[in-house]
Ligand binder design. Structure first.
Ligand code: ARG
Length: 459
């Protein structure tokens, strides 16, 4: 394809250099945004009499045809073009001649590419936010179903205190809710229009940047043209928000992997979201969760790549910035894929209540409650803690659990112990006594569920 910038040079570059320079292989993803941005630009040029209304109409109608032709497959990308912007402009010019050449008045690819990317990311944040809502919804449904099912809560991966599966799941619902809020906040800064900043310094034409921004659904415009064409903070923020989503998915994945092992058997993932082994017939592998955990590294890499591209760049636009898109596209696609799989995987996962309860019963996770029992009878906590520790030691020696030590054995440790201690260390009592806000009692978990459901509806 002939070089649009032929003039200063003869436009002849080496094929290797052309390929190296070209971005159409990936920025073709933004064809819709590029065309819509150009239509708004042409409308503004016409409205401000920078070009005639008739020319603006012809450009807009032809761009509309180009969009339909690309969508129907009648027109395909020419990968010898330098980028999507040059490709669309050259098709336009090939269809309507000199009038097409007027579109690029009072515009540069520098503000054009920033515009396209912001428009693209606005859409992506909405898609990801909706998927997060779907995931929160399936988590909340499961939490509701298992709000009374006791499992061991862990610290240091050692059994610590009893919690319910509902409580544990709601922890993830809270994380994904914050992720949604983060995306919403990040979208505020994506939703600012750079078009009209032109190459770097603004323009001598009497343009109307607000008109263009409004046409394209932007809330505001970039107020410094140098910043407008060189700001990629919105990409960094988007990638940060996505990285945090991946941290949450990865931690959740890790637990699902652990919980579906023979050693735990707290959950069973549906056959549809596991795989077998090519050699070991007994295997049912949690590949989807493992892949999500693994893909987290990619998204972090995309964030790190973006930060590194930007760190040494002088103002304003530099070609380095063409490297912004692949990472952003990759991260977005990765997160969308992971979330889509997760929604279904969680929805179809079975929970083994009995195995969780068995695990909760074997690890002295009611030892804190035993100490609290003595505290309620007047003993200082540190002394009570010591006696509860001695009770655990005795259990280990005798092969018992706290529930099966006899009252005489307890009384030998402290004469404050009475028959009612057994009710206090019953796991269900332990859970239901934790009525503090955010705690694991059924009522506290119900309140958490209510809160998250309300946030999902009312934002
Ligand atoms: N393909 C370029 C990019 O993605 C478009 C902007 C090119 N601008 C320029 N002055 N060469 O950044």
């Amino acid at each position: 394809m002939a070089k649009m910038w032929e003039g200063r040079t003869d436009g002849v570059t080496d094929k290797l250099a052309d390929d190296f320079n070209s971005s159409i292989h990936f920025d073709c993803k933004m064809y819709k945004q590029d065309i819509e941005g150009s239509m708004a630009h042409a409308l503004m040029l016409g409205a401000k009499n920078i070009i005639s209304k008739a020319d603006a109409d012809l450009i807009i109608n032809t761009l509309q045809d180009i969009l339909s032709d690309l969508q129907s497959g009648k027109l395909t990308f020419d990968y010898s073009a330098e980028d999507i912007h040059m490709f669309i402009e050259s098709v336009l010019t090939s269809r309507i001649g000199d009038v097409g050449k007027k579109l690029h008045t009072a515009r540069s690819r520098n503000d054009q590419v920033a515009l396209d990317l912001r428009m693209y990311l606005k859409e992506q944040t909405d898609i990801i936010s909706d998927l997060l809502s779907d995931l929160i919804e399936v988590i909340v449904n499961k939490a509701e179903e298992y709000k009374k099912d006791i499992m061991p809560g862990y610290t240091h991966l050692q059994r610590a205190q009893p919690v319910t599966m509902g409580h544990h799941l709601m922890a993830y619902a809270m994380m994904f809710l914050r992720d949604k809020a983060r995306l919403k906040d990040c979208k505020k800064r994506i939703n600012v229009s750079p078009i009209g900043c032109c190459a770097l310094a603004g323009t001598t034409y009497d343009t109307d940047r607000y008109f263009e921004a409004e046409q394209l659904g932007f809330e505001d415009i970039c107020l410094n043209s140098l910043d407008g064409v060189s700001d990629r903070d919105f990409c960094v923020e988007f990638l940060s928000a996505l990285s945090i989503i991946m941290v949450h998915l990865s931690r959740f994945s890790e637990e699902l992997i652990l919980w579906s092992s023979w050693e735990f058997k707290f959950v069973e993932l549906s056959n549809a979201y596991t795989t077998g082994s090519s050699i070991m017939p007994q295997k049912k592998n949690p590949d989807m969760a493992e892949l999500a955990r693994g893909k987290t590294g990619r998204v972090f890499g995309d964030l790190m790549g973006m930060l590194t591209v930007l760190k040494g760049l002088p103002l304003a636009y530099n070609k380095d910035m063409q490297e912004d898109k692949e990472g952003v596209f990759d991260a977005s696609e990765t997160v969308i894929n992971c979330l889509s799989v997760f929604v279904k995987m969680i929805d179809t996962m079975k929970i083994n209540k009995q195995n969780m309860l068995n695990a909760a019963g074997g690890g002295f996770i009611n030892a804190t409650d035993l100490a609290d029992y003595l505290v309620k009878k007047g003993m200082p906590f540190r002394s009570a803690y010591k006696i509860a520790g001695q009770a655990v030691k005795l259990c280990i020696e005798k092969g018992k659990i706290l529930e099966t030590l006899s009252l005489d054995e307890y009384k030998a440790l402290s004469d404050l112990f009475e028959e009612d201690l057994y009710n206090e260390i019953n796991l269900e009592t332990c859970v239901n006594k934790r009525v503090s806000v955010g705690g694991t009692s059924f009522t506290s978990v119900e309140n958490q569920i209510k809160y998250v459901k309300d946030k999902l509806i009312n934002g």
